[in-house]
Write a protein that binds this ligand. Sequence first.
Ligand SMILES: CC(C)(COP(=O)(O)OP(=O)(O)OC[C@H]1O[C@@H](n2cnc3c(N)ncnc32)[C@H](O)[C@@H]1OP(=O)(O)O)[C@@H](O)C(=O)NCCC(=O)NCCS
Length: 304
Amino acid sequence: MTAAERIPCRIEEILAPGPIERELLAGFALGEPAPPPAREQHYLAFLSGRPAGAAALRMATEADVALDVAPAHRRTGIGTELLRTCAEGAYRHRYSQLFGTATDGTPAAGFFTAHGFRTDSAVNRLRLRLPAALPRAKEVPGYTVREWRGIPPEDLGPAMLAAKRDSGDMPSGGLPGVLHDPAKALAMLPNRVAKQGNVLHTAAAIETRTGAIVGYAELVVFTGTRRAEQLTTVVLPSHRGNGIGALLKIAMLERIARAHPEVGEVETENDAGNAPMLAINAALGFRLVSCTRRGWVYAHSLAP
Ligand SMILES: CC(C)(COP(=O)(O)OP(=O)(O)OC[C@H]1O[C@@H](n2cnc3c(N)ncnc32)[C@H](O)[C@@H]1OP(=O)(O)O)[C@@H](O)C(=O)NCCC(=O)NCCS
């Protein structure tokens, strides 16, 4: 379709969505709304009076755009019109950059590239099919591994709390006072996972000399499915390079094979620039499923 053949769409800014607008927006896949204090602005694109696309502009520390154009109306310029409108909105709210996220090989990737977005960060999704022939875990002298399900055993609570704090993984959860109650803070992730009916497993590496937890791996098994998700795997900086990361991951995968033989695949996400973790996962047999990039463009370069 050439530019001359394109039917212009009308874009409406939805200032205070009522039930009708909400229903129209729900017909489009704009993802989860950003939690407060982010502000969100919605736009609907109409073609001959019918909704053909929608966009959400999410404004927090940065401004992010989410777009969805009805499949029958793609490649007619509606996405571009919505993007330009969002860029103008971001610019008006004093954001110099507009961010967007797309997975390689999808229409969105071509779309953002065509509009000059530059990659800011990329995350690889990896999958390991089970049962897998895992390499033998190499013992790391001076360290032992302890494993548990749900909240940490009482004797490891303080060490786990310190490890979480030192690795920057301590949840604040936005709950006032939670950091003053370490036990509560430590229980937040296990409780959230349990509330969803799933099971959290942790493997921790303990320095035998000090009793300190110097690294840990957390994994969720989704009850009633054959799937599991490896969450954080972290080794504190001064203990890296000793094989503790691989030790933890192998211990965890062996534990899952024993405790949940029904699990047929484990997935995980790695920053595409995290070479050590990608190397460990590749050695364990994880394979790339997809790569999702977050990119940005100067808002004024798109704003109409
Ligand atoms: C991404 C999306 C919003 C694009 O909307 P659209 O209305 O089809 O986009 P446009 O017609 O304005 O496309 C503008 C340019 O982007 C590029 N582009 C769009 N779709 C593309 C695709 N499938 N492959 C490669 N390039 C593509 C092209 O350069 C296109 O110009 P051209 O048609 O003259 O070649 C739409 O495909 C969509 O809704 N996808 C599903 C939801 C999604 O992934 N949203 C984005 C992440 S939040």
